[in-house]
Design a protein around this ligand. Structure first.
Ligand code: PLP
Length: 402
C-alpha cells in the first residue's frame, strides 16, 4: 500500500495551510456575512476596458503575447511601471531595476529562496501579513517579532532587539514590513519612524522588504512617502501588486530593487515559471498606458472610504465596552482587540454556526502566537448593508462571551 509520507521531502513538514483559506471554505457554504477575506470589491474591476485591451493586444501583437516572454517581464510594462513608480515618488534608474512577478506572492517566495538560510533571523511586525509568514516559514528562519503601536513599529523596541542580535552575533537578513495601511492592522508607519528605520538598517546592516499594496488606496491626505524613495544605499526592496488596484485574478506584481538583487531574483524566478504570462502583462501595461488604473483608483477610494466609515460607525454602535480597534487611513482592514478573556478562535465557532458571520482570528498573524483576543475585519468586499448587520451580529456574539 502506498505510504505517501515516505516520499515527501523533509521541508514539506514546514508547509502550513493558511488558516484564512480554511475559513473561507466554510464561508463559501453561503448565508454567511464575511469580513474574513481580503478581496477587492468585484464592482471595481474595469471589465470593458480589459476586454478592449486584450482584444487589441491579441490582434496587433499576438505573435509576441502568445509566445514565451523574458523572465524579467515585458519591456512596455516595465517602462510604464517606471513612470508609475516615479508618480509614487520612487525614482527608478532603469527598467532593469524592475522585475515583473506572477503576483507579489511570487516575490515573497523569491525573497525566501534568495535570502534565507536555515536559522537566519527575519524581523516581522506583530502582527503581520499571514502569507508572508507562511511563505518564509518554508525556508526555516528564526522569526523575531516587532512590537507596534498606532504609528507602526516601535523604534526603541526594534533598536534593543538589534543590539541583542548583534551581541549574540546572529545573522540578520531582512526586516519585512507593510508600512502603509498594513495587513492585518491597517496601521501606517509614521514619516519620522520611516527615517529612523532606514538609519537603523544602515547602522545594523540589514535589508528592508517594503510590501506596498495599499499606498494608492488612501482615504485621508497623509504623507506615506515609500521607504524606497528615501533609500540611499539600495537596502530597500519595494514590492507591489496589481491585485488591489486592478484585479487579483491577473496575478501580477512587481519588485523594484538594486540591479544586483534583481539579477538573483531573475535566476530564482526562472526556476519557478520561466516568465509571467505576457498576455496578462499586456493587460496591466494597457491599463497603465490608458490611465485606466488612475481613473479606477478614484472610484476605489470613494467606495472603500464609505465602507470604512460605515464599519467604524457600526463598531462604535455595536461593540461592547472593553473592545478597541484601529482607524486605518486606507487599505482594506480594521483590526480589533477584544477583552483579554475572549479567545477569537473559540468565538469564531459561535459566529459561523449561530450568528452567520465570519472574520479572521488574529492569532495566526503573530509570529509569537500572541493576539488570542484579536480579529481582522475586511471592509472592501462586503456590501454596505452587510457591514452594519454583520458588525451588529458580531457585537452580539462578543457580548454572549463576556
Ligand atoms: C493583498 C496583499 C498582497 C497581494 O498579493 P498578490 O500575490 O499580489 O495578490 C501582498 N501583500 C499584502 C500585504 C497584501 O495585503
Amino acid at each position: 500500500m502506498l505510504v505517501p509520507e515516505t516520499f515527501f521531502a523533509e521541508r514539506t513538514s514546514l508547509l502550513k495551510a493558511s488558516e484564512i483559506r480554511q475559513l473561507l471554505k466554510w464561508v463559501a457554504d453561503g448565508g454567511i456575512i464575511s469580513f474574513g477575506g481580503g478581496m477587492p470589491s468585484p464592482s471595481t474591476f474595469p471589465r470593458q476596458q480589459i476586454i478592449e485591451i486584450i482584444t487589441e493586444g491579441i490582434s496587433e501583437h499576438g505573435d509576441k503575447l502568445l509566445q514565451y516572454g523574458t523572465t524579467q517581464g515585458l519591456k512596455e510594462l516595465r517602462s510604464e511601471l517606471k513612470s508609475f513608480m516615479e508618480w509614487k515618488g520612487i525614482s527608478v534608474p532603469s527598467i532593469d531595476n524592475i522585475l515583473v512577478l506572477s503576483g507579489s506572492q511570487q516575490g515573497l517566495d523569491l525573497f525566501g529562496k534568495v535570502f534565507i538560510d536555515e536559522g537566519d533571523v527575519v524581523l516581522m511586525e506583530l502582527p503581520t501579513y499571514l502569507a508572508a509568514i507562511n511563505t518564509f516559514k518554508a525556508y526555516n528562519p528564526e522569526f523575531v517579532g516587532l512590537k507596534m503601536d498606532d504609528d507602526g513599529i516601535i523604534m526603541h523596541s526594534l533598536e534593543s532587539i538589534l543590539k541583542e542580535l548583534q551581541s549574540k552575533h546572529k545573522k540578520l537578513k531582512f526586516l519585512y514590513t507593510v508600512p502603509t495601511c498594513q495587513n492585518p492592522t491597517g496601521v501606517t508607519l509614521s514619516m519620522e519612524r520611516r527615517k529612523h528605520l532606514l538609519e537603523l538598517a544602515s547602522e545594523y546592516d540589514f535589508l528592508i522588504i517594503e510590501d506596498d499594496p495599499y499606498s494608492l488606496i488612501l482615504y485621508e491626505p497623509i504623507d506615506v512617502t515609500p521607504l524606497k524613495s528615501m533609500d540611499a544605499e539600495g537596502r530597500v526592496i519595494h514590492l507591489s501588486t496589481f491585485s488591489k488596484i486592478l484585479s487579483p485574478g491577473l496575478r501580477l506584481g512587481w519588485v523594484v530593487a538594486d540591479d544586483r538583487l534583481i539579477e538573483k531574483f531573475v535566476l530564482a524566478k526562472q526556476g519557478m515559471d520561466l516568465c509571467t504570462s505576457p498576455l496578462l502583462q499586456y493587460i496591466a501595461y494597457g491599463a497603465l498606458e490608458r490611465k485606466v488604473i488612475h481613473e479606477n483608483l478614484i472610484k476605489i477610494r470613494a467606495l472603500y472610504k464609505t465602507k470604512r466609515d460605515k464599519m467604524l460607525e457600526a463598531l462604535e454602535t455595536y461593540f461592547p465596552e472593553g473592545c478597541k480597534w484601529t482607524t486605518p487611513i486606507g487599505g482594506l482592514f480594521i483590526f480589533a482587540w477584544l477583552p483579554e478573556k475572549v479567545n477569537t478562535k473559540e468565538l469564531i465557532q459561535d459566529c459561523i454556526k449561530k450568528h452567520k458571520i465570519a472574520y479572521v482570528p488574529g492569532q495566526s498573524f503573530f509570529v509569537d502566537r500572541s493576539g488570542t483576543n484579536t480579529m481582522r475585519l475586511n471592509f472592501s468586499y462586503p456590501a454596505m448593508d452587510e457591514i452594519e448587520e454583520g458588525i451588529k451580529r458580531l457585537g452580539q456574539a462578543i457580548k454572549e462571551r463576556l
